[in-house]
Design a protein around this ligand. Structure first.
Ligand code: UDP
Ligand code: MG
Length: 312
């Protein structure tokens, strides 16, 4: 098997057929042995039926059906776990990632790279708020991690078997696959593309899921927030000390002292706020620690047509 194409699916009934056709039309001319792996991540629409229809007519279509919605990153992880290809492409189902780029990605991989990621030159059809928060997130993340996670890059990419095997050795529960791939290293390069609008349906990434992904990325690859909490603590204590010195000076030297409650209230609230933020930051890390200690499986497969004994 030369190439596996991994497609996570969550409520994509309006895109699956068009996606399949476009994938076939670009992959067939490449003359490689390939498989498609559709991961149905607990869709509530007709996605699974459509996938079954494809598997009935095309033996190169494989599927994994999850017992419920586990999230995009976990769906991709399952695909990677069960992929047989020497190279693996990760692509969204909504045609925002153009399948036409795959031959170029594959070509580039053959030049001796282990990862070729697709970098968004522009993105269409997304709200200004989403574009802004995404831009901000990638830049904040880049500035607080030691590894270089490429900016404006999603999971659309091709990776070699070496990288897949390395990913399989990373047991973390809170996946941030693009960060993990940067962490792994090897020779990596990129191609630029223009991100299209979603072909049909609506985004499966709610703000909640986006925030979770962002926090997984930050906590998984940086201790900067914890350090910021410590430094913030020192700064606030320093200010409090200066205020104390000033108070003593006003009370005993200049006698220009007014008893009052407003300054008291402000400092109590301020201190309380800082403390809660710091505890919250620690909590984000502890929540992930406890998830990893529980050691639950990352996903439960309800059904698949992949012969598990053939998986490398
Ligand atoms: N997806 C998934 N599980 C989810 C949410 C999304 O498998 O819980 C899939 C979705 O079907 C798509 C890809 O992940 O193939 C990217 O999702 P989406 O297009 O909704 O995200 P956006 O492009 O809006 O960031
Ligand atoms: Mg999308």
């Amino acid at each position: 098997m030369d190439l596996s194409i991994i497609v996570p699916i969550y409520n994509e009934e309006s895109n699956i057929e068009a996606l399949y056709k476009r994938l076939r039309s670009v992959i067939d001319p490449m003359a490689v042995q390939y498989e498609f792996i559709f991961i149905n991540d607990g869709s509530r629409d007709r996605s699974l039926t459509l996938i079954h229809d494809l598997t009935a007519s095309d033996p190169q279509v494989r599927y994994i059906d999850f017992s419920r919605n586990f999230g995009h990153q976990i769906a991709v992880t399952a695909g990677l776990d069960l992929a047989a290809g020497a190279a693996v492409v990760i692509i969204d189902a909504d045609l925002q990632d153009p399948p036409e780029l795959i031959p170029k990605l594959y070509q580039k991989l053959q030049e001796g790279y282990e990862v070729v990621y697709a970098k968004r030159r522009s993105r269409k059809g997304e709200s200004a708020a989403k574009k802004f928060t995404a831009r901000l997130f990638y830049r904040v993340l880049a500035s607080i991690t030691h590894i270089s996670i490429p900016v404006d890059t999603g999971d659309f990419r091709i990776i070699s078997r070496k990288v897949v095997n390395a990913l399989k050795q990373m047991p973390e529960q809170n996946k941030f696959i693009r960060g993990q791939i940067s962490w792994i290293g090897y020779r990596q390069t990129y191609l630029e593309y223009d991100r299209a609008e979603r072909a049909g349906g609506a985004t499966g990434y709610t703000y909640r899921k986006m925030i979770r992904l962002a926090l997984d990325g930050i906590t998984g690859f940086s201790d900067a927030p914890l350090k910021a909490a410590t430094i913030g603590g020192f700064i606030v204590s320093g200010v409090a000390f200066l205020v104390m010195v000033y108070t003593l000076y006003a009370r005993f030297i200049t006698k220009d002292y007014e008893p009052g409650w407003s300054s008291l209230m402000v400092s109590i609230l301020f201190m309380g706020g800082i403390q809660l933020i710091a505890i919250g930051i620690i909590g984000e890390y502890i929540a992930r620690l406890s998830a990893n200690v529980r050691q639950r499986p990352l996903y439960i497969i309800s059904d698949t047509n992949i012969p598990l004994e053939e998986v490398p």
